[in-house]
Design a protein around this ligand. Sequence first.
Ligand code: S3P
Length: 165
Amino acid sequence: MKNIVLTGFMGSGKTTIGKLIAEKLKIDLVDTDSEIIKEFGLTIDRIFEIYGEKKFRECERKVIERVSKLENVVISTGGGVVLEPENIRLLRENGVIYFLYASPDTILKRLKDDNSRPLLKNGDKLSNIIRLLNLRMPFYKNCDFEINTDILTPELVAEKIISIH
Ligand code: S3P
C-alpha cells in the first residue's frame, strides 16, 4: 500500500486523524514534527527560539527525505511542509497526499489555548491564521485529495481517507 500522507494547516487534525487511520489499518504512524523534536531534543517552540525557522526547515527536509522512503505507513506532516515543492515530490514517490482543510474560525477554535505554535504567537492569532492560510492555499491545493474537516468528525475523516485510498 502507498503511504497515506496528511498535510494541512496547524489545527487541521493531522495528528488526531493520522492516529485513527493508523489504528484502523494497523499500520505505523510517523509524525514529522515528533521526528524533528527527537533530532533536536527540544520542543518545536524552543527550536524556533534558539535556532530559527531556517534550521527547523532544514531538519524538516532531512526528516522528509528519510520518512518518504518508508512504505505502508501514515505520515503526518507539519503545516509548512508543502511550502517546499521538493518535500511534496519526495512524499509522493511512495505516497498519496491528503490535504485536510479547516477554515480560519475552526482553526482558531481548536488552537485557542495552544501556545506551542511559534508562527501564531506574535500578534492577533486569527489574523495570523488568515494571513498564513491565504499564502499557503495554492501549495495545499497541489495535494492529491482535499477533505474538509470543518463539517466531519475525525472518525469520519479517517474513514473517508481510508475509503479513497
Ligand atoms: C508549522 C506547523 C507545525 C510545526 C511548526 C511549523 C507551520 O506543525 O511544524 O510549528 O509552518 O505551519 P503542525 O501543523 O503539526 O502544528
